[in-house]
Design a protein around this ligand. Sequence first.
Ligand code: GLA
Length: 392
Amino acid sequence: MIDLNTLHKHFVDLYGNATDKPRLFFAPGRVNLIGEHTDYNGGFVLPCALQFGTYLFIRPTADNRIRLASQNESYKGDILLDDISKKVENHWINYPLGIIDQFRQLDILVPGFEMLYSGDIPGSAGLSSSASIEMVTAFALKTMLSADHLEMIDLVKLAQRAENQFIGVNCGIMDMFAVGMGKKDQALFLNCHTLEYKCVPLELKGFTLVIINTGKKRGLADSKYNERVAECQLAVSYLDRIRPVSRLGEINFMEFFKEQDLIPDELIRRRARHVVSEDLRVLNAVSCLQKGDLHQFGVLMNASHESLRDNYEVTGIELDTLVEEAQKINGVLGARMTGAGFGGCTVNLVKEDVVDQFITQVSEVYQNKTGLTPVFYLAEVSDGVKEILLNQ
Ligand code: GLA
């Protein structure tokens, strides 16, 4: 838990006291329940916002410098607004700088700011710590600058552009969307092409969502991620030869079944097969939640993992071990990797009264097999980005 009084004191220590008090904002992280690697294909996803996230104390200044610090990182930034145009090596400050850059591209006048961040989302775990930093910055700037013409969906799109253009990861829109639009105890069923969405109540009736962090950092993940994006584009270019197709998300499973031989390369065919079948699983998963059929929801989670392992090849020994062990336990309805993969976390639907046994059993086998210590979190599905009003 982050102590907000200590965070405020840290802000004053860094930037001094002034009559103008800093304001406080919060953006959560997210977990995706199903619909992986479908967002940048214009497909369906089903994420929800989590209890952990990023806090930001922010105050405008009279000069034209952006000062950035974080309780989680030693690297600090002090940058002239006019110098914000490209990445500062590989530092965390690129996430806020990318957002400020987007505001400036929209011709919004940004003054100097003093900013202090603090987050409790485990880093490199696939729970969207970067989207959380981006969205807390975007929402704080919009509020501080009274940019009322920017709706939440504009901030979501702006944060995705920052990630694509400034950071250089060709990610889809899911993470920013979940962090911005999250609703307590609801999952967000999103069509990533039209951006139409529906909140689906998570009535888990004696079951709970357990997230497990593999402890394996997602090294090389960004380049592998961009490689998958390119493979999907290649699949589309093959399918486009007989009729106009611009994204895998517009092809349903039966069409794909008939047309898949147009893709001559077996590997590319498997990548496309994952995306098209995952879209169908999301549709089925939503109707399971609506009907209260958690057993079938769990079956779909398991099938999603299998496809991510065999067709999309983004799992690895750590994620696979966690999922396999989880699936052996009575009372676990489903288990799958969540996020981009290549390390990071799994999400598991577990009967409440077996959670302790689940943790002991999965930990033991995982530790023996990989030498890594897994970390378990009980997910609390929460609201999206917001300002926290302080009594000052
Ligand atoms: C990362 C990306 C998302 C999405 C997932 C995979 O989290 O940021 O846009 O593509 O991977 O589903």
